[in-house]
Design a protein around this ligand. Structure first.
Ligand SMILES: Nc1nc2c(ncn2[C@@H]2O[C@H](COP(=O)(O)OP(=O)(O)OP(=O)(O)O)[C@@H](O)[C@H]2O)c(=O)[nH]1
Ligand SMILES: [Mg+2]
Length: 263
């Protein structure tokens, strides 16, 4: 399978006209969920757009904001107005939660490939080159992994988060086969495979990735893990008490459902 690169696309007569779509289709759409990210986003958007404009494939950045109170929306609007080569758009999301925001951004896309990464750019944006190589080779889902062979931590998470992550990985092992890290905030998909898997996802919080990856696998999609060089960033929006407890609760619920469907 070939990724249609810029300047190598089939003639318009061979392309399907997207329904109700006025934005030009791009090869890859990058969704960034953002909640009170006014301070981290400028650097992230600069680095992202600087990288994307140099690629042979076309792209767009979509920031999904849940009514942040720190001016996140203004930062994105201002950046978008000044970015003339790689479009940067702002989308609102009424339903709170990272999972809800990512879902909104992904479902809104009309591009052949779409995915998301976190506003802290803990995974280098350059990892997208590897992602696109896997898509060109036929992959349907390519996800960053901090625990696959070859991954490394440039900056480690605090010890308590590492411990929580270890327990979480143990609990998700049977839900998502062969994936070492369901929680790395860097995941990309072929939209045709993604949409049916996403349609039945109900998780709105931080554990939505587990449900999405599980749905993809159950639909027969192979998930390719890409080892990443990951840097923990300060200013996390993740609250161990609020988001951690809710994430563990989601996994227990998914385990119960999985148990019922086996018995
Ligand atoms: N739109 C939206 N984005 C959110 C929400 N909660 C978190 N995010 C975003 O989700 C991304 C991940 O959040 P991070 O703060 O990096 O948390 P994390 O990666 O799970 O944890 P760390 O390892 O500490 O970085 C960031 O881009 C956040 O702004 C939310 O309720 N709505
Ligand atoms: Mg993060």
């Amino acid at each position: 399978m070939l990724v249609h690169l810029r300047g190598q696309r089939p003639p318009a007569s061979e392309r399907r006209a997207p329904a109700r779509e006025t934005r030009p289709t791009v090869d890859l759409e990058v969704v960034i969920p953002a909640y009170n990210e006014a301070s981290r986003l400028p650097n992230t958007l600069h680095r992202t757009v600087d990288f994307l404009r140099e690629q042979s494939w076309s792209s767009r950045v979509v920031v999904v904001d849940n009514g942040s109170s720190d001016g996140t929306a203004d930062v994105v609007r201002a950046f978008g107005a000044a970015s003339d080569d790689v479009p940067v758009e702002l989308v609102g999301c009424a339903r709170p939660g990272k999972g809800a925001a990512v879902r909104r951004g992904l479902l809104r896309s009309r591009s052949r490939f779409v995915g998301f990464f976190d506003a802290d750019l803990a995974t280098p944006v350059e990892t997208l080159s590897t992602v696109m190589e896997h898509f060109a080779a036929g992959a349907a889902a390519v996800v960053g992994s901090r625990h696959a062979p070859g991954a490394r931590f440039v900056q480690h998470q605090p010890a308590a988060r590492q411990l929580g992550g270890t327990v979480f990985r143990a609990m998700t092992r049977r839900l998502v086969d062969g994936v070492h890290d369901t929680q790395c905030g860097f995941k990309f998909f072929e939209r045709a495979a993604l949409v049916p898997a996403l349609a039945t996802c109900r998780t709105t919080g931080f554990a939505f990735d587990v449900e999405l990856l599980r749905n993809l696998q159950r639909a027969g999609a192979e998930i390719v893990e890409v080892p990443v060089a990951w840097s923990h960033a300060t200013g996390s929006s993740f609250s161990p008490l609020r988001d951690g407890v809710s994430a563990f609760r989601t996994v227990l619920q998914l385990q119960r459902v999985a148990g019922r469907s086996v018995s």
